[in-house]
Design a protein around this ligand. Structure first.
Ligand SMILES: [Zn+2]
Length: 411
């Protein structure tokens, strides 16, 4: 039970979706000198609103470090840049954007996406609250407003005659504390014939594939398509198209327009996805209750495996130090007595320790030196890559294990 209310509709939150206990911020890796210091832990408990079915974290004292760490995500990979470039080409072709259009990206980071519109001669504006990150964008020729986005910023831009033909937002919707103010702002900023696109992890995939370890403190909301439709509709915006894309374990890219703009008809994909979500039970409280039970069963399964391995004298180590691993290991209370160490290719993580559970992080070569029996793959979304890269462990009979959707030893 909680006193909290839904950040969209205001109903009291009563139904637990995933209670992951107390957890440190997922990117707060520790130096050796930090190990004897006090660490900050915050409740990591997702609830579902039984009235509108928005899955959300209860509001908690917002730690500054969560937001300062957010800037850390700006180190985009080549594949993410390719994703951004392909998006740009798609939007220009589909909506006929050119020199007289205006594209705004919310949480534009270092200009990783808008730079491709600039290269095509399309005027842009980035909106980014982190000044140091915005400065990097400006250097790339991406004009950037250093602000949080909401109704106030949107009203100022609209009053200055700067309404947008396209508003883009990748992985920002989940991070917004005041959801209504944010979506209302997009409605204010959007030209009558304009289009909004937003990308976010898809709740249907999270539930079907048991990806509860992708619940982090900085992700306040978890959307199904139906709930996104409901939230946008409340602010006069209609979702007229949707694509399912592979990023972050399965995401949606939604397309919104003003409800009055009949020039953009609603695609059959919208109806089809809505029907699929309803068939999966996403509009029934019972489905969310079953998920909460499944999360607990997953924890017991992982612990059973680790304890049995330990008792039969096997050595278990981890592979990777992703944020999702921190959620999982803290929730399950797995420390170096069960998983001796983990390895990561990032030199920034090597020599440090996972937050909360204090498991040490080494370079991947450590596995070749210590020849463990099991390698637990924490970034399960990169399973195939890890198996290919570490195939040499089979030489001494080493085996790979994935924790999600349920603990299983790979053949
Ligand atoms: Zn609600």
């Amino acid at each position: 039970m909680t006193q909290a209310v839904c950040r969209f509709c205001g109903a009291q939150l009563k139904l637990s979706f995933a209670d992951l206990g107390m957890s440190p911020p997922s990117n707060s890796y520790l130096e050796a000198a930090d190990l004897n210091r006090m660490e900050r832990f915050y409740p990591l408990h997702a609830w579902v609103c039984e009235k509108c079915f928005l899955v959300q974290l209860e509001e908690f004292e917002t730690p500054e470090e969560i937001f300062s760490d957010y800037a850390y995500f700006s180190s985009y990979s080549d594949s993410w840049l390719a994703h951004a470039k392909a998006y740009t080409e798609l939007m220009i072709a589909r909506f006929g954007l050119g020199a007289s259009s205006f594209v705004v990206e919310i949480a534009s980071n270092d200009g990783y996406l808008l730079q491709y519109f600039v290269a095509q001669g399309v005027p842009v504006l980035g909106i980014e609250p982190a000044a140091n990150v915005a400065a990097v964008a400006e250097k790339k020729g991406v004009p950037t407003l250093v602000k949080f986005f909401g109704t106030e910023t949107a009203t100022e831009l609209a009053a200055a005659g700067r309404k947008a033909d396209l508003i883009a937002g990748n992985n920002v919707l989940a991070h917004v504390p005041d959801l209504n103010d944010f979506v209302r702002g997009m409605s204010v900023l959007l030209k009558p014939g304009g289009v909004v696109t937003m990308e976010f992890p898809h709740l249907l995939r999270l539930m079907q594939e048991n990806q509860f370890d992708t619940i982090y403190h900085e992700h306040f909301s978890y959307f199904s398509f139906v709930v996104a439709e409901r939230v946008f509709a409340a602010h006069g915006l209609t979702l007229f198209d949707v694509e399912e894309i592979p990023t972050h374990g399965g995401s949606l890219r939604i397309y919104a327009r003003h409800a009055a703009n009949a020039a953009l008809p609603v695609s059959a994909k919208v109806t089809e996805l809505r029907r699929r979500e309803q068939a999966a039970g996403l509009e029934r409280a019972e489905t969310y209750h079953l998920f909460a039970e499944q999360v607990k069963a997953t924890k017991r399964g992982l612990l059973k495996f680790l304890i049995a391995a330990k008792e039969s004298g096997k050595r278990v180590v981890g592979y990777g130090a992703p944020a999702k691993g921190n959620t999982l290991l803290n929730y399950c209370g797995v420390r170096s007595d069960l998983v001796e160490y983990t390895v990561d290719r990032s030199p920034h993580k090597q020599g440090r320790f996972l937050p909360g559970v204090h498991i040490p992080i080494y370079p991947p070569e450590r596995i070749m030196e210590t020849r463990p029996d099991y390698v637990l793959i924490l970034p399960w979304n990169l399973k195939d890559e890890v198996v290919a890269q570490m195939a040499a462990i089979r030489a001494w009979g080493g085996r790979f294990v994935v924790p999600i959707p349920e603990v299983s030893v790979l053949d």
